[in-house]
Unconditional design. Sequence first.
Lengths: 346, 241
Amino acid sequence: MDEIVAEYIRRTVLKIPRHEIKTMLQTWGFLSEAQLQTVNFHQTKDSVSREVVQLCKDNSADIKQAALLDIIYNHVYPNKRIWSVYQMNKSGEETDFFDLRDFKKKFKRRLQTALKNVTINFKEYEDNAIWIRIAWGTPYKKPNQYKTSYVVYHSQTPYVFISASVIRSTLPLLCQALVVASNYHDIREMELRSHCLNSLKDIVFKRYSQTFQTYYPRPLQERNVTSENVDLRIIQENKNEKERILRVNREVFGDGPQPKLEFAQYKLETTFKSNPSLDVSDIKEPFRCLVKFSSPHLLESLKSLAPAGLADAPLSPLLTCIPQKARNYFKIRERKGIFPGSFVSP
Amino acid sequence: GVLAHLEALEARAHALALRQEAAEQHEEELAGLRAKAQELRLRRDRLRAQVELQQQQLLGNEGVAPSAEPDAAQRSARAVLEWKTRSVQDLLQLFYLTGLSGKRTKHGACFCLSTAYEGTYLGCFYVDVTVRPQVRIRRHSVPAFIPLQQLAARHLPADLKRFLSVLSDHLNAYVGRRYQADQLQERFSSHLGGTVQRNSLCNVLAFSYNTSGRSESFPFSARLLYGDPCRSLPTEAVVLC
């Protein structure tokens, strides 16, 4: 077995938390159950990884198996990387059947004709997600297994989730290969990025809870009517206002959990507007300003702003439109409203 | 000496007396305020009772005088209201069961497309449209693999009815195919080798199976293609042995 492959497997095993190593190796399926029994998973990770590598050597693992283990690791821990969402476009309405073999063949062929030194691996999951792992090399060097890009594509949807490698120049090549393989015309980057892959999927596939006005009685959650004060002599002066805030909040954000985003960025390119008495209003150049909101869970914190009394309800539509517009990077220009990102054709 | 001591004691007694007086005054004030609060509460209760009485009178449409009569009128009015509410709810439920229902919103309307397959209701999808200046989709909960944008480009803004009808066909067909695939997996799992391979739209199914359900080998492999996105039956089937 290649030393590079051995070292790669060892390092991948080291990344896995100790209590998860056995389950992940079982999912991988390359080592038999009997072989796994021989490993003591309670010793230090260093020793565990060396034993695993030894077993892999016995089974003559190659780079394909190692790549598969890497994909499995990233599938279980996708939040370690930052994902961007891309949208593909096609004119014409033919509903294609999406042949997986055809897709894989075209993708590989396109990438390999452009760049010979790449390692490409695929894995399909139950929810129709296709995971693609690409390790990049140069025309003169073999692929560097530590500089990888990952692509998650759900067939028959126009959306692709890419976690790019540090080598920025590989991105256009990757996009081109995707467009060709999936029979689309062009691809553009949506202004939507986050660590949480599932939340990005929820946003673009519209799986998060939206409130729609409907007559059909949805089962309303019984809200606990436990009032802290049973004393009827105390009257809440602001009861109406509080109820209004809760109602408006509910209409905007819905009842369910919000998708998890870490930041929202607004780039302002508006002119400075001020009191006419100050002499700065004649500056015609836009006042460049960048506002960035960050939080471990941005949308949940926005949802709790109004009930906590920290902001007026309803919140600014610039904040509440994030899941619906499927973007968290905005450019605000003068008077024309929000300016969307531009298309990039290969 | 002793005189100073006596003076000190006198001063202390004086101070104590003052404090006691102050405490007594405080107690009196407190008692006075409590009595006032009690009085106000009684007054408030009386006024509340009066207000309720007046409301009852208005509902009962009687003249002055309290007692049982406005209660009866109130009860029958309430019964009528309940009946009306129930019949409206049933009507709305009926609309939901037809597969297409809607509600006007301040922007336009929100349509609910409910889907079913052979008598089983399978969930609903929403499309929120604005009508001014043209009919345009504002928000929706349609999955990404249904070609919503293409359908909208083709039928809107001219023919909303047609658009909804075609979208409903697509959604019902997709949901029907998905349901069939789920049922196949669930009810014939002993005949199937592994899981049924499908794609997002469930219009390509591939699986291997046997006919007996008891043996370990799955000699047949089938591939079903559903060519028409608006139908939930396959257009092509390839079986290999």
